[in-house]
Structures are given as C-alpha cells and as structure tokens.
Design a protein around this ligand. Structure first.
Ligand code: ADP
Ligand code: MG
Length: 275
C-alpha cells in the first residue's frame, strides 16, 4: 500500500438489511491521529457504518481498508473472498469500540473488566496486564474505583471503564457511538474529557456524537451523514457554524432547538427543587 494510505479508507460502501438500503455509497478517509466526528439525524446510518468498519456487519458493496488491509476480505483476480472468521477476529481486535450503553460485565470489577480482553483473548500474563489495567483506570480518573462493580459506579464512571477496557487491547483506532447520549447531563463532561485527552495523545478516533461543542473543539473534521450518504464534510467550525447543505442546516438548527429546550427543562427542574 502507498505511504499516503490513510488508517481508514472506505470507498463506496453499500449496506442493506433485506430490501432496505441503509448505506448508499459511503466514502470516508481517516488519517492516522485524526479525530472525525460523524453527525447526522437518527436513522441516517451512523451506527451501521461504524459496525461495518468494525466488521460487525458484512457489506454488500464497496471496500473498507484498515491500516492498508482490506477488512474482512482478500482480493484475488479482481474478486473478493471472505476471510476466515479467526482472521476477521484478529482484524477486529485492532479496533476499540465504545457504545451508547456501557456494556461492562456486571459480575466483574472495573479492573477485571479492563483485564478480560488482554488475558482471555490475547492470553497475556495476568501480572503484566494488571499493571497496565491499573494505569488505564488511572488515565480515565478511576484508579480508586478499580475494585468497584459496575452497579456501584455512575453511568459516567462506567463509560470511562468501558473506554479503559477498549484501550487495554491497544487498538489502532477507536470508534465511539454516541458515548454520552445515555448519560445524565452532569456526567457527560467527565466522559468527553477522557476522550479529549485521548485525542490529544494522538489516538485515531471516529466519534458519533450530538455534542457540537466537543465536535467543534476536538474534531479535525466533521462528516454529516443523512439517508445513508455523506452530505457534507469539512472543518468543524466551518461546517457547524456555516453549513452549506440544506439538510445539514436543518439538522443543526433542530439540534440547537432541542439543546435549548433541554437546558430550559434542566433549569426549571432545578428551580422546582429549590422552591
Ligand atoms: P443511526 O445510528 O444514524 O441512527 P442506524 O445505523 O442505527 O442509524 O440505522 C439506519 C437504518 O438502518 C435505520 O432505518 C434502521 O432501522 C436500519 N437498521 C439498522 N440495523 C438494522 C438491522 N439489524 N436490521 C434491519 N434494519 C436495521
Ligand atoms: Mg446510532
């Protein structure tokens, strides 16, 4: 592969569920160290696209390369051949994913959750992994909670453990799918802060989010999707402050209205508490 090959290259990706076409020719390049925020209305195909990148879904058309390797397939005489499951599994291990719902193992402590992948999947020695896991929990500000069970942690803390758990596999790429959408507003900031630090350290990240302040500040580029296609992309400040496409404009103004409404409700709830 040429030295200019980005870490992620998706070309003309098509994905359908039965007769429903969800992705209709998505192109996306993400360079190493780049942070890309993926925006778009509900149902536009953002989650599906992340799942295709992570090979949780098979695609019906197009190609996805991760670090120069064709994801899931081998190309021979112009034809694609599906790779063996174990090869696909090893490709997938290079990619960390954090979901909207913190999906920690409930019967394991924070540190056990973080150690699980490296010990069980990578079969690394427990002692080395434990030291690293503690370091990762420290990185996400939770060293003091290492022996807590998920039920003893707030949503924000659980999500930070989930990030540490993904990082324990030393991924080349991190995918975030609305990581703060299920959190109470007061817990959103601590998760975004961990993600901001990760971005500063040079992690390559694709982040699906509705947090426009985060996107404007942290993303190198924002990509707006609608109806299974990329409608508009570019510099975060330019796209968010001055969207060119009608659909981007409509989405952003709707988001702004929802945000203002949520803030208003929050203020009223606080006032009701004080009264
Ligand atoms: P977004 O994350 O942007 O909200 P999704 O990728 O979740 O969008 O969904 C895009 C479309 O694909 C939706 O219409 C959704 O109903 C459909 N879809 C997603 N997953 C499946 C599935 N497993 N089976 C059938 N339809 C699906
Ligand atoms: Mg989604």
């Amino acid at each position: 592969m040429s030295e200019t090959m980005p870490l992620v290259r998706a070309i003309n990706v098509y994905k359908s569920f039965g007769s429903v076409e969800v992705l209709k020719g998505i192109d996306l390049d993400v360079r190493s160290g780049e942070v890309v925020c993926l925006l778009g209305p509900s149902g536009s195909g953002k989650t599906t696209f992340l799942r295709c990148i992570n090979q949780l879904e098979e695609i019906q058309g197009g190609r996805i390369w991760i670090d120069g390797d064709l994801a899931g397939y081998k190309e021979k005489n112009g034809k694609l051949h599906r790779l063996h499951d174990n090869v696909i599994a090893s490709q997938r291990r290079e990619i960390g994913m954090v979901f909207q719902r913190f999906n920690l193992f409930p019967h394991m402590t924070a540190i056990e959750n973080v150690m699980e992948g490296p010990v069980k999947v990578q079969r690394r020695p427990k002692r080395d992994v434990e030291a690293e896991a503690l370091g990762l929990l420290e990185q996400v500000g939770l060293a003091d909670k290492c022996h807590a069970f998920p039920s003893q942690l707030s949503g924000g803390q659980q999500q930070r453990v989930a990030i540490a758990r993904a990082l324990a596999m030393k991924p080349k790429l991190m995918l975030f799918d609305e990581p703060t959408s299920a959190l109470d507003p007061e817990l959103v900031g601590e998760v975004l802060e961990v993600m901001r630090d990760l971005a500063k350290e040079g992690m390559t990240m694709i982040v699906v989010t509705h947090e426009m302040a985060f996107a404007r500040e942290v993303a190198d580029r924002v990509v707006f999707m609608d109806g299974g296609v990329v409608v508009e992309q570019g510099n975060p400040v330019e796209v968010i402050n001055n969207p060119q496409h009608r659909r981007t404009q409509a989405f952003l103004s709707r988001l702004r209205a929802e945000h203002e409404q949520a803030v208003q409700q929050h203020v009223e709830a606080e006032q009701a508490l004080e009264a």
